[in-house]
Design a protein around this ligand. Structure first.
Ligand code: NAD
Length: 494
């Protein structure tokens, strides 16, 4: 059986005391195993990153930029190969996997502009003969801990800017789909990144605990579920590290009565069921305002019947399996409980049969959902769309704002004034206007509000430069030029 290694100091390491299973979700078979780092192995990786830091932070911006251009080229050339790796461990369809890589590469594009991003500021003559300038310097060794659902994109969100700023990195990917991280790290090596600058340490909680407490780790970037994000935020901060921890979500799509019905229905289907709903920006609650609800529910359920669910490797599939059997069963339990809670099951995804032992489930649509029902309150992270019916725009905004999460939200309307008001009123970090999944392009930053983000900087884009660097301000005075041994022609006259 293939063993997925660590990648430490430019070398694959397969020697381990502990291993975790890696399944192919489309077959339900364990096809690989991954090494899980002990405390000693994690410390070895931290030491490699620490040792590589002085030379990397001294590497010229020009040389760093060349590496980013090169890695971009390599990953673009090999994107089908990487997409196949993603599909074999995550299950998502190949087109989604390629889309994830393209979105991740936006962060490498951003990193190629690092010499612009790292420019400091300067004020001349703030007082007589005194100038002040600021520089941004790397924080040191950075730990990047990533979730299963975007095994290429989320690591690229973090490592592009972290490395560009002159830090060295320990990437701890999800143990459920760990190969992509090694693939990306090896592409960086091929592009000329020196050994030890980007290390992949495979593992679980035991590994993360070491990263959170080790004095040589100076910053932690985390993306995952809210309970883990919250505990990582607290523990890393307790140990004196700067931390950004992005958590879970429950994204609402508000549809006003004047919306384009077909546009809204198409958007709801792709945003709720794409990637089997395992996206932190997936739409999981449709808020139907006024009299549009019946038509919208009908338009969505009609489209659901045409969704092709199957192995991600089959070009005909539009949706693949879930990540594990346990997760599929958990998703099914929310559908099972919805009716007992008083909701209406319009489409029951559990009834769809699959000719496979893979972790498949059909898509579900639940109507007449209300806050207080588990199907509404919990992050399900699967292909289940809940419909909440409200009377007015104000009711819709109140519902969104009362929710504990504030990752993304969207409004569908033809009314520019209503959309503008929504942008003003709504409490979420990312807002779409007739765009169901408003993931910002790589030149902006990504992040939610409320329980979707712990910390004060968002991820990638301009915020990442602030997070991965420390500011330093230098105040300078030189001896009076009239006393110089070089004839400066002082005092100057015009
Ligand atoms: P998870 O929280 O279970 O795991 C995330 C990472 O933390 C993994 O690397 C895992 O090994 C590690 N981990 C798990 N339990 C831990 C513990 N107790 N202590 C320390 N480390 C631990 O999340 P997941 O299931 O891999 O990913 C899905 C979740 O991620 C969903 O909640 C989703 O909304 C969220 N997510 C959020 C965003 C965002 O941008 N806000 C993006 C992607 C995913």
């Amino acid at each position: 059986m293939e063993t997925i290694p660590h990648y430490i100091n430019g070398t694959r390491v397969t020697d381990a005391e502990r291993f975790g299973p890696v399944f192919n979700p489309a077959t339900g078979e364990q096809e690989k195993q991954v090494v899980l780092a002990s405390a000693a192995r994690t410390e070895e990786a931290i030491a490699a990153a620490r040792a590589a830091l002085p030379a990397w932070r001294a590497t010229s911006l020009a040389k760093r930029t060349t590496i980013f251009f090169k890695v971009r080229e390599i990953l673009n050339q090999r994107k089908s190969e990487l997409a196949a790796v993603l599909t074999s461990e995550h299950g998502k369809v190949l087109s989604d996997a390629e889309g994830e890589i393209a979105r991740g590469l936006e962060n490498i594009d951003f990193a190629t502009g690092l010499s612009h991003m790292l420019k400091g500021e300067r004020s001349e003559q703030v007082s007589s003969g005194i100038d002040v300038h600021s520089v941004r310097q790397p924080v040191g060794v950075v730990a990047c801990i990533t979730p299963f659902n975007f095994p290429a994109m989320v690591p690229l969100w973090m490592i592009g800017s972290a490395l560009a700023c002159g830090n060295t990195v320990l990437l701890k990917p999800s143990e459920k789909d760990p190969s992509a991280a090694v693939f990306i790290a090896e592409a960086f090596t091929e592009a000329g990144l020196p050994p030890g600058v980007l290390n992949v340490v495979q593992g679980d909680k035991e590994t993360v605990d070491v990263l959170l407490e080790h004095p040589d780790v100076k910053a932690v970037s985390f993306v995952g579920s809210t309970p883990v994000a919250q505990s990582i935020y607290k523990r890393a901060a307790e140990h004196g590290k700067r931390v950004q921890a992005l958590g879970g979500a429950k994204n609402h799509m508000v549809v006003l009565p004047d919306a384009d019905l077909d546009m809204a229905a198409d958007a709801a289907v792709s945003a709720a069921y794409g990637s089997a709903g395992e996206r932190c920006m997936a739409v999981s609650v449709l808020v139907a305002v006024g009299n549009i609800a019946d038509d919208l529910v009908k338009a969505i359920s009609t489209r659901m019947a045409d969704l092709a669910i199957g192995p991600g490797t089959d070009p005909a599939s539009q949706m693949g399996p879930l990540i594990t059997a346990e997760h599929r069963d958990r998703v099914a339990s929310y559908v099972a409980g919805a009716e007992a809670e008083g909701a209406t099951l319009v489409v029951d995804g559990r009834s769809q049969q699959f000719d496979s032992n893979g972790f498949f489930i059909g898509v579900s649509l639940v109507d007449h959902v209300k806050p207080g029902m588990k199907v509404y309150d919990d992050e399900i992270f699967g292909p289940v769309l809940s419909v909440v019916r409200v009377d007015t725009y104000s009711d819709a905004v109140r519902l969104v704002n009362d929710n504990e999460f504030g990752n993304g939200t969207a409004i569908f309307t033809r009314d520019g004034g209503a959309a503008r008001q929504f942008e003003f009123d709504v409490e979420a970090g990312m807002v779409g206007v007739n765009v169901p999944i408003p993931v910002p392009v790589g030149t902006f930053s990504f992040g939610g509000w409320k329980n979707s983000l712990f910390g004060d900087t968002h991820m990638y884009g301009p915020d990442s430069i602030r997070f991965y660097t420390r500011g330093k301000v230098v105040t300078t005075r030189w001896p009076d030029p009239s006393t110089s041994v070089i004839d400066l022609g002082f005092p100057q006259v015009d």
